[in-house]
Design a protein around this ligand. Sequence first.
Ligand SMILES: NC(=O)c1ccc[n+]([C@@H]2O[C@H](COP(=O)([O-])OP(=O)(O)OC[C@H]3O[C@@H](n4cnc5c(N)ncnc54)[C@H](O)[C@@H]3O)[C@@H](O)[C@H]2O)c1
Length: 285
Amino acid sequence: MHDFDGTTAIVTGGASGIGRGLATSLLEDGAAHVVLADIEQGALDLTVAELRSLGTGEVSGVRCDVTDPKSVEDAARVAWERTGGIRVVCLNAGVFAGGYSWETTLDDWDWVMGVNLRGMVHGIRSFIPRLIDAGEPSHVIGTASIAGVVASAASAVYCTSKFAAVGLMESLHHDLGLAGAAHIGTSVICPGMVTTNIDHGDRNRPADLGDATDTESSHLAGDSISQILGDGGLDPLVGARHALSQVKAGRFYVTTHEGDLWDRLVGNQNDDRLAGHPPRFQMYE
Ligand SMILES: NC(=O)c1ccc[n+]([C@@H]2O[C@H](COP(=O)([O-])OP(=O)(O)OC[C@H]3O[C@@H](n4cnc5c(N)ncnc54)[C@H](O)[C@@H]3O)[C@@H](O)[C@H]2O)c1
């Protein structure tokens, strides 16, 4: 998709951070209607009001828990009815938990995999059949992470969920090709460090998943992320604008940052894989 002028879009996790940035950037590009889908009602209402005040396209909100397939299906139906048909689907909602793989609680595994992977699966199951039936040029954009391509320490559940998200988006691209649905494009955003509310993700953690990892290792990743975000995180709108400009340019793998971050990290990783070496430690600055 080379142009968002007049388009209709839904953004999961659209009430904050990168999702809010994607919605704003789509509106700046002339989107006619952007639907924000988010679990956090207060932030959703606030963000809808703020984006409406831009005075460009229509903005609306729908409360949605991406871990629940029925909630995603309901959001898809509502968004479709409101807009007359969604053309851009941003599967962006995500959460983070830190810790060594063997110390991360099973509740943390369920929560992070539920939002970051199952949330994307539910979005694909609800939206792709509608997009196929509509037969109009459309685009599905998944938000993974640079941590979905290059792993780091003390973030096993997050990296696992994001590697799976990248694999899912690559599989979706192949499936659409095999199914003859060439009118549906795909891209996967792999953000570097962006200043958002992700380090306060527990605010949306379900009460029944109470057993959060609280070991020394669970703070290692968070502490280093906070340090980097404190003085080096990118503004989410800047990152979203950069990402969507790459989508418009036809890229599948999309970054948030200018410069050689992607080339450097992926280049090093490929070198290690081809040489059979263990992966070197790379942070995402
Ligand atoms: N911030 C970064 O540095 C960074 C880096 C790489 C990837 N990402 C990814 O970017 C995406 C957006 O995260 P962010 O950094 O903007 O964080 P954020 O916390 O600011 O925004 C995430 C949004 O997702 C929503 N959300 C959480 N659980 C949900 C659920 N079950 N159903 C629906 N919505 C839910 C939250 O309410 C929030 O509005 C995530 O997928 C994240 O993994 C972020």
